[in-house]
Design a protein around this ligand. Structure first.
Ligand code: UDP
Length: 325
């Protein structure tokens, strides 16, 4: 099979590329390296077993020519290219909206032209401000005001979901939508704000651990290999077509508990430093207080759901950071 991955040099995209190469598939990547990095795919490029199987195009999904060429020759398309991380969204609001909305529109149009099945990577951000758990795909959506720019990310990804579903309804395009919860694993950078790589780097350097707000906000983390297995299983399932499905982990943790656990596991002398949100992100920011997925639908459709404990995930990421340092 020939697989096209937009954003294939990103953290999740590179793990997905590796999994498809291991299965014997040909992998085509489009990445503009805005938040992706050649370092993420270097080992794949060097692997002689993948010579003539991996094709990397440093280009933007906003370029119709490259999309036309690659969508035409591939069997399925994973659309992962997007503005990632709260920090990116706040630093580059317009660029992020253009990438997310126009980029997805173009990918969908091209997939429709060639009638190729396409998986759109959406996000748990789409749910907005909920306090209940778990979040189910049919839940209502609650956003803050448009002055709080964080919600532009959620709104742009929600529009991507609607556009994909509209292509399915109108054109019969086979679209699969995956709402990814906080994903972690080796190769994830803290440069775009992601909490686990940031806390682990801070702990390993015995620097202050920067907990934003009071640390009572919670998240549920998913190990990247489980996310990749879920994406591949959803893509292969006819039941996932025209559907939105959560991909998320199992253990809810407060950000303060997370900081404490990382200090303990790394035997760090770091102290926790509480930083007000306004200082971290400016006044136009609002956090999501709680985020826990239901993966019942994923399990029903694919027979699989992520199950790795936080302890397992942190051990893996700490190990990889030590090796990488
Ligand atoms: N966070 C934190 N310190 C950091 C980075 C993040 O306390 O140095 C918090 C952030 O405010 C959020 C949670 O950790 O409540 C997860 O943040 P991340 O950016 O990883 O993902 P999000 O779920 O916000 O998209």
């Amino acid at each position: 099979m020939r697989v096209l991955i937009t954003g294939g040099a990103g953290f999740i995209g590179s793990h997905l590329a590796e999994a498809h190469l291991e299965k014997g598939d040909d992998v085509y990547i489009i990445d503009d390296l805005s938040t992706g990095s050649m370092d993420n795919i270097r080992s794949l490029q060097k692997n002689t077993a993948y010579k003539d199987k991996l094709f990397v195009h440093i280009n933007t999904i906003l370029n119709p020519d490259i999309l036309l060429d690659l969508t035409g020759i591939c069997d399925v398309v994973y659309h992962l290219a997007a503005a990632v991380g709260v920090k990116t969204i706040l630093d580059k609001p317009l660029e992020s909206i253009v990438t997310n909305i126009q980029g997805t529109e173009k990918v969908l149009e091209m997939c429709n032209k060639f009638k190729k099945r396409v998986l759109i990577a959406s996000t748990s951000e789409v749910y907005g401000k909920h306090m209940h758990a778990p979040l189910v795909e049919t839940d209502n959506i609650i956003y803050g005001p448009s002055s709080k720019f964080r919600w532009s990310y959620a709104a742009s990804k929600l529009m991507d979901e609607f556009t994909a579903l509209a292509h399915h309804r109108t054109n019969g395009l086979e679209v699969v939508i995956a709402r990814l919860f906080n994903t972690v694993g080796p190769r994830q950078t803290g440069a775009y704000g992601m909490v686990i790589p940031r806390f682990i780097a801070q702990a390993l350097n015995n620097e202050s651990i920067t907990v934003f707000g009071d640390g009572t906000q919670t998240r549920t983390f998913t190990y990247v290999n489980d996310v990749v297995a879920s994406l591949i299983a959803l893509m292969a399932s006819d039941q996932a077509v025209g559907e939105v499905t959560n991909i998320g982990g199992v253990e809810e943790v407060t950000i303060l508990e997370l900081a404490q656990k990382i200090i303990e596991m790394t035997k760090s002398s770091s102290k926790i430093k509480f930083i007000p949100y306004e200082e971290a992100f400016g006044k136009d920011f609002e956090d999501m207080q709680r985020r826990v997925p239901s993966t019942e639908k994923l399990a029903r459709i694919t027979g699989f759901a992520p199950d790795k404990s936080l302890e397992f995930i942190l051990t893996k990421v700490i190990e990889s950071n030590k090796v990488g340092s």
